[in-house]
Design a protein around this ligand. Sequence first.
Ligand code: NAD
Ligand code: TDX
Length: 373
Amino acid sequence: MTATRRDIPTRRLLVTGAAGFIGANFVRWWLQEHPDDHVVVVDALTYAGNRANLDGLLGTRCRLEVADINDTGRMASLLRDDALDTVVHFAAESHVDRSIEGPDAFVQANVLGTMSLLKAARTVWLLEGAAPDTHRFHHVSTDEVFGSLGADDPAFSERTPYAPNSPYSASKAASDHLVRAWHHTYGLSVTTSNCSNNYGPYHFPEKLVPLVILNVLRGLALPVYGDGRNVRDWLYVEDHARGIACVIGGGTPGETYNIGGCNEWANIDIVQLICRLLDRRFAADPALGEHYPDAPAAAGRPSTSLIEHVTDRAGHDFRYAIDATRIRTELGFEPAVTFEVGIERTIDWYLDNRNWWETVLDGSYRDTDRAAA
Ligand code: NAD
Ligand code: TDX
């Protein structure tokens, strides 16, 4: 069964973390697909949050509240005063390397922040009885909670035991358990999705795909951790948004759904692919060499010349892969964007949105918020 406009009721959503990468793409997609819905975005605008990610979205149907999800009272007020019936919870610290350097922020945002939001939802929807039957708390999680696979292991299913290995994945696993408990103990209508690696527009350039694209354009080293043979399963971010919508529309409360791309790549292969695609762009369009004179391709050299193998990430999970049978058979979800199309689209986006990434790289994207603070 595929969720369609007709079988999804009009909703009033609280979307947390939507000034970040996936949340922003989700809200952009949702508002297009659901013209009668209203969205309140809550985002603390950490380093990963960027008002520009919501450009063109804010207005009568969508507003941004700059707030921390740990502020339970404020979260409850928003749910109550705006008569919100759906939470889609993206807000989190999301970068594994940062979690190794400083795990505290991950426990604060991912574990305590999720509990704060659950408490607010329970207070308003269940204790005050304000929730319509359709209330839903959807929690956005990751495949990293399942740990690391060997080369020949079967992919993660919803029945795979949790075995998180990094402070990031441990904090996400803890949040998943809290969400489950708020359903089992208090009867909150929750669903959780565990998704594989996303890529696409608005991806913060600390992550592998945008880092490689932007370093090639600027002629900077491409750091590949260890031997580069670690494997990730890549999904175009808009497909993740569609998968979440399927779960909100048709998923069973209390259940979890894996979302993935059936698209496994070794890191070194994805780095080399992006290099090749950019080299091809430079060869086809001489103006690119003028815009990006430091790119190797501007001088006719291959972008792969920038690859440098560097010290491996501590505790680096070898392989993630998602078995997406459940969401496909029960909810009719299939990714719509092939990797070939999605990666070209992503490169196009970064080429077309130089101002976005330049302001991120020079830090000026945070100026408005620093001035307001
Ligand atoms: P991101 O880092 O780009 O964005 C996170 C957003 O959350 C930012 O806008 C940040 O300001 C906000 N935030 C952080 N702490 C907050 C707090 N205490 N209160 C309010 N807002 C806060 O992350 P992303 O890559 O868009 O990931 C979104 C969610 O999806 C996360 O929960 C992540 O675990 C999950 N996920 C990500 C991927 C991926 O490939 N990026 C894959 C699977 C699941
Ligand atoms: O410079 C790099 N060099 C490199 O080899 C970076 C930044 C990464 N890597 C490797 C590490 C990983 O094996 O590339 C792979 C992808 O790394 P990231 O982009 O940091 O993503 P990952 O650690 O796999 O986690 C991402 O996917 C799952 C998101 O950041 C998480 O939030 C999500 O849950």
